[in-house]
Ligand binder design. Structure first.
Ligand SMILES: C[S@@+](CC[C@H](N)C(=O)[O-])C[C@H]1O[C@@H](n2cnc3c(N)ncnc32)[C@H](O)[C@@H]1O
Length: 281
């Protein structure tokens, strides 16, 4: 049986060796978005709600699996910690984050390459640890969460963010209907390791869970050209050679086999807010 692409070390370079796949995917999804709050803004709201006055005294914040630094910038600008470390395993994304985020007044910004199972961060040092859309890349997400517990101060807060297993399933149906990948609806979810349905249970052995929020995000793609921009970035599909990473060719196949029309899909986003075991409020 083939390994889930999000858990396959052999596919890491293809997924995150360059920023282009993430850029294409985010741009297609952002233009399609019709409902759902921006994720970094929701993280900030949850931190303010659960950290109260301490949200003004966060000290060190770590943005785990920071990617291109989109959420790192919002966390730094809105929460004004004294220091923010963006940590990511992919050197290309760390370089991109440094370029995109630059300097932020009053915040010492630092982007580090590292593995979230062994973070180069001292014990009990962080006022806030955010891990958004990255724990599903771990074959051992509970170990990564134990590592988050290690770096949190006793009064620190963790915000973990993931998606539902069946996210974007209408896109799978489109890929199957067009014959791009007849098995498109039967592949294992990319989010199987850490998803909306198991994130609380993954956190519980090492963190006290304060809240879990689920929000439905909806996306309407204009038609095949727009849908192809998303489909071409999805590593789950078994596509004919030349289609993965090639929205133009993929759109041509869609036009050939399915009438063009807008397509709506969704993804439940789950936020788990937690603090170190036994911490007092
Ligand atoms: C989908 S991106 C999420 C980026 C960002 N957090 C966001 O919300 O837009 C997942 C990120 O997790 C990173 N990642 C995957 N495995 C990792 C690991 N073991 N340690 C650190 N980062 C990892 C990838 O390199 C990638 O940048």
């Amino acid at each position: 049986m083939s390994v889930n692409p999000f858990l396959d070390p052999a596919r890491r370079e293809e997924l995150y060796g360059h920023a282009s796949r993430l850029v294409g995917r985010s741009s297609a999804l952002m233009r399609a978005k019709v409902a759902g709050d921006p994720v970094p803004d929701t993280v900030v709201r949850l931190v303010r709600a659960h950290h109260g006055e301490r949200a003004g005294r966060l000290g060190l914040v770590v943005d785990i699996g920071c990617g291109r630094g989109t959420s790192s910038r919002v966390l730094a600008e809105q929460l004004c910690p004294s220091r923010l470390v963006g940590l990511d395993a992919a050197p290309a994304l760390i370089t991109e984050a440094r370029k995109r985020v630059g300097r932020i007044r009053g915040v010492q910004m630092c982007f580090l390459q590292g593995d979230f199972h062994r973070m180069p961060i001292p014990d009990s040092s962080c006022g806030l640890a955010v891990a958004a859309f990255c724990l599903y890349h771990s074959p051992r997400p509970a170990d990564a969460i134990a590592e988050i517990a290690r770096v949190l101060r006793p009064d620190g807060l963790a915000v973990l963010v993931t998606k539902a297993l069946d996210s974007y399933r209408e896109m799978d149906a489109l890929a199957a209907a067009a014959g791009l990948d007849p098995r498109a609806e039967r592949h294992e979810s990319l989010y199987v390791a850490a998803h909306s349905g198991n994130l609380v249970d993954l956190a519980k052995p090492n963190l006290d869970v304060l809240a879990a929020e689920h929000e439905e995000h909806r996306f309407t793609f204009d038609g095949h050209d727009h849908a192809a921009e998303y489909l071409a970035t999805n590593p789950k599909y078994d596509l004919a050679p030349g289609l993965y990473g090639n929205p133009g060719a993929l759109a041509a196949s869609l036009h050939e086999f399915v009438p063009d029309r807008p397509i709506t899909t969704g993804s439940v986003i789950t936020y788990v807010v937690a603090r170190p075991r036994g911490a007092r409020s």
